[in-house]
Design a protein around this ligand. Structure first.
Ligand code: FES
Length: 85
């Protein structure tokens, strides 16, 4: 009789929500690194908001500076097919 042990086959998904007039909400299994590959210490947070307006004083994180200064209605769409090179 064979015994099988399954380890690590279940990966938690990362979900990124594009918020209208605001940030990108990131939740799930993720890490955020800088250009050198150093990991940002999220202080135990499991959900963070990433600035996409460029106004945050705490980039890459949102500090709510977008309020009243950034407009974008977040509606999902399909990108054109990737061109193979
Ligand atoms: S998206 Fe919130 S400060 Fe930029």
């Amino acid at each position: 009789m064979a015994t099988f042990i399954i380890i690590g086959l279940i990966m938690a998904a990362t979900k990124i929500t594009v918020l209208s007039n605001g940030s990108l909400k990131v939740e799930g299994d993720f890490e955020i690194v800088d250009k050198e590959g150093n990991t940002y210490d999220l202080g135990g947070r499991e959900i963070v908001s990433i600035c996409r307006c460029g106004l945050s004083k705490n980039k890459p994180f949102c500090d709510a500076s977008h309020k009243g200064h950034f407009e974008h209605e977040a509606i999902a769409f399909a990108l054109p097919p990737k061109i193979k090179q």
